[in-house]
Design a protein around this ligand. Structure first.
Ligand SMILES: NC(=O)c1ccc[n+]([C@@H]2O[C@H](COP(=O)([O-])OP(=O)(O)OC[C@H]3O[C@@H](n4cnc5c(N)ncnc54)[C@H](OP(=O)(O)O)[C@@H]3O)[C@@H](O)[C@H]2O)c1
Length: 231
């Protein structure tokens, strides 16, 4: 009998994180998924129907002590995959010249510093040959930024990408795969109703693209169609 794989998803209450949890459950994985609050918890309903294969943990990702406490609670768990999904955005009109210092800091701390803290703390729970993945965006690509828009969100994802490159350089020998994932432009609270893709068009592709690279060490930046995204 083969042992099911285990994934930890950070930020799974709604949108792409919720869909990722459901997709891996459907593929027979054990899923540990984090929420900030149990209010209106769709994931809790999924957990009740999962025959114990979905466990819910609580995490406010910007709280470094909470990340350390989660690591402690999961210290006996061996993960095949860590997927850091949580992020925030202000929408397409987000411009650096109109943004307060506090809002700029909130976006950078949530989208760049906090995912890296999660990777640093929880990465060691991933077995050798497993994968540490972080949700990025094609908007994080410096090379593809010809149009502007989403200015600070873009900068936060570009910072995240660069921090992952530094992490990869520091962990070159540790035998884990590293992934920065672009899910496409998807209709969620963040993506909005004009987005070109439904969750059901993005998420199976994201999971397939990760599966295709599972066990390959080194950092890769790719999209839901499994195409490489330029840095
Ligand atoms: N949708 C798109 O078109 C698109 C495109 C490219 C990349 N992405 C990326 O895909 C990921 C998911 O996006 P989405 O569209 O699903 O967004 P979403 O619908 O706004 O969901 C965001 C998720 O992140 C969680 N979260 C936010 N801040 C958090 C924090 N400080 N601590 C813990 N959890 C936090 C939210 O939890 P709460 O429910 O508690 O707020 C929610 O579960 C993000 O990394 C986003 O940047 C999205």
């Amino acid at each position: 009998m083969t042992v099911p794989s285990t994934v930890l998803i950070i930020g799974a209450t709604r949108g792409l994180g919720l869909a990722l949890a459901r997709e891996w459950l459907q593929r027979g994985w054990n899923v540990i998924a984090t929420v900030r609050s149990s209010r209106q918890c769709e994931l809790c309903e999924t957990a009740e129907k999962s025959a114990g294969r979905l466990a819910i943990e609580h995490l406010e990702m910007t709280d470094a002590a909470a990340i350390a406490a989660l690591k402690q609670r999961l210290s006996r768990v061996e993960l095949d995959l860590l997927f850091v999904n949580a992020a925030i955005a202000n929408g397409p009109g987000d411009r650096v010249d109109r943004m307060s210092t506090e809002e700029f800091t909130r976006i950078m701390v949530t989208n760049a510093l906090s995912p890296m803290r999660a990777v640093e703390a929880l990465g060691p729970l991933v077995r050798r040959g497993g994968t540490i993945a972080v949700m990025s965006s094609s908007l994080g690509s410096v090379a593809l930024n010809e149009t502007g828009g989403w200015e600070v969100y873009r900068a936060s994802k570009a910072a995240l990408n660069t921090l992952m490159r530094s992490y990869a350089a520091r962990h070159a020998e540790d035998g884990r795969g590293l992934a920065l994932v672009d899910p496409g432009w998807v209709r969620t609270d963040m993506g909005g109703s004009d987005a070109t893709l439904g969750v059901e068009e993005s998420i199976p592709g994201v999971v397939d693209a990760l599966a295709a690279r599972h066990g390959q060490p080194g950092l890769r930046y790719f999209n839901y169609k499994s195409e490489t995204v330029p840095w």
